[in-house]
Design a protein around this ligand. Sequence first.
Ligand SMILES: CC(C)(COP(=O)(O)OP(=O)(O)OC[C@H]1O[C@@H](n2cnc3c(N)ncnc32)[C@H](O)[C@@H]1OP(=O)(O)O)[C@@H](O)C(=O)NCCC(=O)NCCS
Length: 202
Amino acid sequence: MISGLRADAFVESPGSASRLTVRKAVMHDIAPILHLINSYAARGIMLARTEFEMSEAIRDFSVVTLDGQLLGSGALHFYSPTTAEIRSLAVHEHAKTKGVGRKLVEALVAEADQYELDAVFAFTYVVDFFNRVGFHVVERGTLPLKAWKDCVRCPKFQACDEVAVLRILRPDHWSEAEPQPWGPLMTSPTDELIQIPTPRQV
Ligand SMILES: CC(C)(COP(=O)(O)OP(=O)(O)OC[C@H]1O[C@@H](n2cnc3c(N)ncnc32)[C@H](O)[C@@H]1OP(=O)(O)O)[C@@H](O)C(=O)NCCC(=O)NCCS
């Protein structure tokens, strides 16, 4: 339990959505973000994070708070001079469907825009949510190979059922590359050998 965070912390009231604050994460957010992410990881919905990883990556994160209490968090992780991944996106169970996820995505997209990125992508089980916030489904092979590095330690590595989604920010700059062949082992000019997950058989 995050200190001071009660299950009814998000009380829907007139104007509560407008009191949502979005800001970059700071060090004291690490514990509540870890609690949030790892509670979903325990249910197999997200990849677990450690305090060390969070400390390394804290500059990637933004948070949404209401009256100082953290309701959700998400990260923008760069992969190339033109692309980044939105990842570790999570909203507390009691605060879902109140616009917190959308606020986080919009903040991360605005950040991507400031960095002059051409597109942002995500791997997700909640495709409908991402469709609502401006993403579309893409062939996984169009995404940078490095994006798959985290997958090696995912429990679903041998039966991946996440869907790749993309939001193009600068259509005049973005060209969806030819999908790369799907296979267990791939190479790239910058990585000697990258393993990518096996899609779940349906
Ligand atoms: C996915 C998640 C981040 C969405 O956050 P949220 O705060 O509930 O989303 P919002 O209230 O901002 O919803 C924005 C829109 O998406 C819709 N939406 C939200 N969750 C949805 C879902 N699971 N399925 C379909 N639509 C959904 C909302 O109805 C809303 O639609 P609108 O445009 O008509 O208003 C949240 O449910 C979550 O943390 N899930 C568990 C962790 C997870 O799966 N993270 C994604 C990792 S990639």
